[in-house]
Design a protein around this ligand. Sequence first.
Ligand SMILES: NC(=O)c1ccc[n+]([C@@H]2O[C@H](COP(=O)([O-])OP(=O)(O)OC[C@H]3O[C@@H](n4cnc5c(N)ncnc54)[C@H](O)[C@@H]3O)[C@@H](O)[C@H]2O)c1
Length: 351
Amino acid sequence: MKVAVIGCGNIANAAHIPAYLKAPGAEIKYFCDILPERAEKAVRDYACGTAVTDYRAVLADPEVEAVSICTPNNVHPGIAIDAMRAGKHVLCEKPAARTWDEVVEMLKVQRETGMTLNIGVVNRFNDSVRRIKQYIDAGKLGNIYHVYVSFRAHRSIPGLGGAFTTKAIAGGGALIDWGVHYLDIVMYCTGDPKPVTVSGETFCKLGKDMKNYAYTSMWSENTKDLNGTYDVDDSVAALIRTEGPVITVHGAWAQNIGVKETYIDFMGDRGGIRLDYGGGFTYYSVDEFGALVSVKPQFPMSNMYENEINAFLRSVRTGEKLPSHIETVAVTARMMQAIYDSSESHAEVRL
Ligand SMILES: NC(=O)c1ccc[n+]([C@@H]2O[C@H](COP(=O)([O-])OP(=O)(O)OC[C@H]3O[C@@H](n4cnc5c(N)ncnc54)[C@H](O)[C@@H]3O)[C@@H](O)[C@H]2O)c1
């Protein structure tokens, strides 16, 4: 199957390209980036494909069946929509788009064209997350009434002044960039409960004085531009009531607390689970003799990006609908939009 990678930056090189190269039966025909040197470097580094700067050249090639969109968020919807209209299946990086309205448009075109549109909510292909879903589905937690989400770091703003911190490009900051993964894990594990009300506040406090922002290392350092823009949230607090559990959201790219706390606590009336984000999990309950027990299940961890790409290729071949399909995961965009709207109006939003 011939595929193309559109946007040849960090995530393309760290995840999509190596996973396609390893996938049996897949061939990268194009590397596309508006910066020609990035597309050309990919052709040299991976010794395959053709470098192009305009994604429309990729879409015009009938041999290309599927594309990965690894560009900044503002161009996700336009490229995904054009690709589906050109008859290509799409794996679009997270977040699907900057706003709920843009996601609605993507959904509409997906339904019209019938092409696959999966979003890069890669944790749905993570072994710990899948196992937590099994625990929950098997009733090991009982009724889950509260999920506590923490994605708080000391100083982890990505690409200061670049695409990640410019609202017009990214749509938002810590919430849309990190929160999207955490909220998606919660929805996946708890059976995609319908959100009902949302109340939130987002804060733009520590990064906006970019020249004096202190840090030790930065994801996407190569896109830093201290003369650029910083107008997004670097922290967030929110409460989401759903038809299932209440979700409380505590997030920060940057905070004046020097501890990194990145976990999700699933609180049930029979048991609880703490997922250490990106790692394993602990299950807490009471045994049949009334003793408190905690278990740290041990299992091999496969590469979630390879799992995601392999599942995408399989879905293109077979038409299988994946758990990362836009129809399933769009609700996260709805909740994030409601948090931003609630923060702007300082009032609860009813969905
Ligand atoms: N799934 C994950 O865990 C994960 C991790 C990091 C980033 N991401 C997402 O991946 C996307 C890219 O992030 P990144 O860190 O790789 O950014 P990046 O800036 O390193 O790379 C983006 C690339 O896209 C190119 N580009 C911009 N507009 C384009 C266009 N119209 N056509 C073709 N190329 C274009 C840029 O020149 C750049 O090389 C973002 O949406 C981000 O949220 C996901």
